[in-house]
Design a binder for this molecule. Structure first.
Ligand SMILES: [Zn+2]
Length: 461
């Protein structure tokens, strides 16, 4: 986004053109017109954050039309240095359209104050708002501050920038948590999955079922948001100056107590069953990395940058810890016995299995028209065929783990797109051998999560 200063003449010209567009839409459709612009003080009218907030405001309007069953007859948009503009001719009474606009302006995470959603009625006049808007700087109601120029342009600018930063960060923190939760819920719902809990059966597990996973995924919601916010805070505002910002390694250290609290929340929700321990680690690091790299200008970073950041956060610590670890957890024991680094090694390396196997496989299948459930089930098979899964090692030893890998690879060789029946047959065989590829299930959840974060990024630009 190139930020550009503008002149008064440009503003006046843009205003004239706006009125012309409004009149043209009015006469073409004989319906009220929304004119949506941003309310931004100072000579620079379009910035990265204002652009993102504007797109979000347009999205809220479209959702509001759907919510209220309003038909849009025509939509236009212009992005000018004098500010972004969107127009909607709506087939509804002007009062109803105005009520929707006020609703969005009043909500919208504090950013709505910077939205000007004017509604022009059939008589060509702007509808009155009814409720007075508060001052952007001090919050006092009415136009008093503005008409008496009680605040300087720089005060107005910093209040505006603050509202954008806060509003967009809140939205993306919530979005991160929602997408992480969705990834966990979707992962457990994918059916059939060899040896794992799914909608058809509890796989090779006797202490947990489908509803344990739903309970656990619901309980973990606030944890993802916290990881995002901690990551953001460490990389942006810790201390007073640049030199006080926390390193990726420090962020990982700060996230670990949050992860342990999340594990206790999981145990409370499931009645003591370990459903999501691996996901708490993997997705927690990813949410922290997403937060660290998040900016109000661009929102979420590129996938590769997020995976690199996850590696930068964890590599040093995990490499130091794994060889020295005692037999506290199954994963550590397996490292001692077989040198298997498990999910920790994956995260330390920047999740190469997600990047090179999970995401490309899942996307290729979707692109072929395979439905999401089937695509995710086949993606899981590819992960099982390629990854050293410490859960398989734990239950089946090296022999069982090797058998699982080979069997998955054989099926993929026989049937490049295995049918759900073939995967169900594999499920029965895994259950008979008491094998459960829990590590691959975590990688599938990470794949679904990263895919959805990346889709959000692409949708916006
Ligand atoms: Zn004021």
């Amino acid at each position: 986004m190139i930020e550009q200063e503008i002149t008064l003449a440009e503003i006046l010209l843009a205003r004239e053109q706006r009125v012309a567009i409004q009149n043209e839409l009015l006469s073409r459709h004989h319906a009220p017109v929304i004119s949506f612009t941003m309310n931004i003080a100072g000579p620079v009218k379009v910035t990265g954050p204002s652009h993102r907030a504007f797109l979000w405001g347009c999205e809220q309007l479209r959702l509001g039309f759907a919510q209220n069953r309003l038909t849009v007859l025509e939509e236009q948009a212009r992005c000018l240095p004098t500010g972004e503009e969107a127009y909607f001719a709506v087939d509804a009474p002007a009062e109803a359209v105005k009520a929707l606009c006020v609703d969005i302006e009043e909500g919208s995470k504090g950013m709505g104050r910077l939205f000007d959603m004017d509604v022009i009625g059939l008589d060509g006049l702007k509808l009155e708002r009814g409720v007075e808007r508060p001052c952007i700087v001090c919050g006092k109601p009415g136009r008093d501050c503005a008409s008496r120029r009680l605040h300087s342009v720089s005060e107005l600018q910093s209040a505006t920038a603050g509202r954008f930063a806060q509003g967009l960060k809140d939205l993306d923190g919530i979005r991160t948590a929602s997408l992480a939760t969705r990834a966990l819920l979707e992962e457990v719902a994918v059916t059939p999955k060899p040896g794992l809990v799914d909608r058809a059966n509890s796989g090779s597990h006797r202490d947990m079922d489908f509803s344990s996973f739903q309970a656990s995924a619901s309980a973990l919601w606030p944890y993802w948001q916290s990881c995002f916010l901690w990551g953001w805070q460490d990389a942006h505002i810790h201390g007073l100056g640049q030199e006080c910002l926390r390193s990726p390694v420090q962020t990982f250290a700060a996230l670990r107590p949050l992860g342990r609290q999340a594990e206790r929340n999981m145990l409370a929700a499931t009645g003591g069953v370990n459903t999501h321990k691996g996901a708490i680690f993997t997705l927690g690091v990813l949410c922290g990395a997403i937060g660290r790299l998040w900016t109000e200008d661009k929102g979420f970073a590129e996938v590769q940058a997020i995976l690199d950041e996850a590696s930068a956060m964890t590599r040093e610590t995990l490499e130091k810890e794994l060889p020295a670890a005692r037999w506290n957890t199954a994963g550590e024991g397996l490292y001692r016995k077989y040198g298997a680094r498990g999910i920790r090694g994956e995260v330390a390396d920047g999740l190469p299995s997600v990047r090179d196997v999970g995401i490309p496989t899942f996307r290729a299948l979707l692109a072929q028209g395979v439905d999401r459930n089937h695509a995710a089930a086949v993606t899981l098979l590819h992960l099982i065929a390629r990854v050293e899964d410490t859960n398989l090692l734990h239950r089946g030893g090296p022999k069982g783990a090797a058998w699982a890998k080979e069997t998955a690879a054989d099926l993929l060789e026989r049937e490049p797109l295995p049918s759900l029946e073939s995967i169900s047959a594999l499920d029965a065989e895994f259950i008979r051998r008491n094998l459960s590829p829990g590590g691959c299930a975590d990688l599938l959840a990470a794949t679904l999560f990263i895919d959805s974060i990346d889709n959000t990024t692409q949708k916006e630009t």
